[in-house]
Design a protein around this ligand. Structure first.
Ligand SMILES: [Zn+2]
Ligand SMILES: [Zn+2]
Length: 296
């Protein structure tokens, strides 16, 4: 398979030793895109600012790689459930999302992606408005070129962002003037586990991407390339190496042939072999190398 030079492929690399080490590991793996966290993903991080020294180290590391800043994606903390009907929790999650955008803007990266969270006891439709309200709050407070992107989800329970229609509905509540600073991205594992059978045929995969494009009015701004441990429609969010799950290698080949995978970050969030890599070791993860070889 040939992904060509307009496909920017990378992974969420390990940040042991600091954010700049995640960048260097992506660089030594030969990646042209990457993803990282800017704070501990289990916490709201609504008070966490990023120090100038950290920003400087990050930018210096990036300059040593083939990765352009616009092809760096930051993954927001998982706990930022801006879909929640609980006002106190929403305030905190919204503040956390704004801080994510602030930190990512300081780093000068292309975008931050986030999972919208669960609608809880509320109507899904009302929840799409709260999600949009948090996007708008962040974009109004932080004026930058860094985008804030909704990620489709595996759809467990009342998790929002499960369908093309729902992602479209969330984005439809963002005023036109701010619309160019937001958008969405698609995770292959989440698509499959939420019931989109991207394994059926190339036509079917194309139709799924068409559906997202028509419901949102735009193309995705990133892809997460993950195989799925769970079956079709299982709503399980468990990523495995490409070829080890129920999606298999072929659909990724189709995806890399689609025009919509051009010019945007294509990020592996598949397991790593060396989670305990030493802080000062910038060698690439062997699993990432295996995945890149498989895809290119
Ligand atoms: Zn993902
Ligand atoms: Zn996932």
């Amino acid at each position: 398979m040939t992904a060509g030079t307009s496909r920017f492929l990378g992974a969420h690399t390990i940040d042991n030793g600091g954010l700049h080490m995640a960048v260097l590991r992506a660089g030594t793996a030969g990646m042209t895109a990457m993803q990282c966290f800017t704070a501990i993903p289990k916490f709201y991080g609504d008070k966490a600012t990023i120090k100038p020294e950290r920003v400087a180290r990050f930018k210096a590391a990036l300059a040593k790689t083939m990765i352009q800043p616009e092809n760096v994606l930051v993954h927001a903390a998982y706990v930022l459930s801006v879909a929640t009907p609980d006002d106190d929790k929403w305030e905190r999650a919204s503040a956390g999302l704004t801080k994510e955008l602030e930190r990512s803007s300081a780093l000068g990266v292309g975008a931050v992606c986030f999972h919208p969270g669960s609608a809880g006891t509320s109507e899904r439709s009302a929840s799409t408005k709260r999600i949009a309200k948090a996007i708008v709050a962040a974009l109004e407070k932080i004026d930058s070129t860094t985008k804030l992107l909704v990620e489709n989800t595996a759809g467990a329970g009342k998790t929002m962002g499960k369908t093309a229609q729902e992602v479209g509905e969330i984005l439809s509540h963002v005023p036109k003037a701010l619309r160019s600073r937001t958008g969405y991205g698609l995770d292959t594992c989440h698509l499959f586990s939420s019931g989109y059978d991207i394994t059926k045929s190339k036509q079917e995969l194309t139709a799924v991407l068409d559906e997202f494009e028509s419901e949102t009015g735009e193309q995705p701004s990133f892809f997460h390339l993950n195989d799925s441990e769970g079956e079709l429609g299982s709503n399980r969010d468990r990523h495995v190496l490409i070829g080890d799950g129920h999606i298999g290698r072929q659909p990724f080949e189709w995806l890399l042939q689609d025009r919509r995978s051009e010019g945007i970050p294509l990020i592996l969030e598949t397991p790593q072999l060396n989670y305990d890599i030493a802080d000062d070791d910038d060698s690439p993860d062997p699993y990432d190398l295996k995945m890149i070889k498989l895809l290119l």
